[in-house]
Design a protein around this ligand. Structure first.
Ligand SMILES: [Zn+2]
Length: 112
C-alpha cells in the first residue's frame, strides 16, 4: 500500500512583491493625465509598441529611470519626436487616462 504524503512538499510561497519603485497608482494617473493635458504625451495609442529591457532612460509618466533589470515599453512618438518609454505599470496608467479622457471631451472650463 502506497503512502503519499503531500505534506512532504515544503511549499515556500513567496509573495514576490518587492518594494515597488513605482508611485501610487492614483499619483501615477494624475501624472499621466498631466502629461496628456500638457501635450507631452499623446492621448491616442500608436501602432508600434516595443517591449524590452530597460534602457536606463526616464519613464515618460513617473520620471523614474527604467533600469535594465526591468521591462520597458517603448512607443514611437506619432509626431516624430523622441520615442516614449514606460514602465509596464505606467504604460497601463497612461492608456487608461488617455481612454478616460478622450480628446476634446474636456476642456479647462469643465471641472467634472
Ligand atoms: Zn514609470
Amino acid at each position: 500500500m502506497m503512502s503519499v504524503s503531500l505534506s512532504a512538499h515544503s511549499w515556500t510561497k513567496v509573495h514576490a512583491m518587492p518594494s515597488e519603485p513605482y508611485l501610487q497608482e492614483r499619483e501615477l494617473r494624475r501624472r499621466a493625465r498631466e502629461e496628456i493635458e500638457s501635450g507631452r504625451l499623446p492621448k491616442s495609442l500608436t501602432a508600434s509598441i516595443w517591449g524590452g529591457r530597460g534602457s536606463g532612460l526616464p519613464c515618460a509618466v513617473c520620471g523614474d529611470h527604467i533600469q535594465s533589470d526591468r521591462v520597458e515599453y517603448e512607443i514611437d512618438d506619432p509626431r516624430g519626436g523622441e520615442p516614449f518609454r514606460f514602465h509596464p505599470t505606467c504604460h497601463t496608467v497612461w492608456q487608461l487616462e488617455g481612454a478616460l479622457h478622450p480628446s476634446g471631451s474636456h476642456d479647462t472650463a469643465c471641472h467634472c
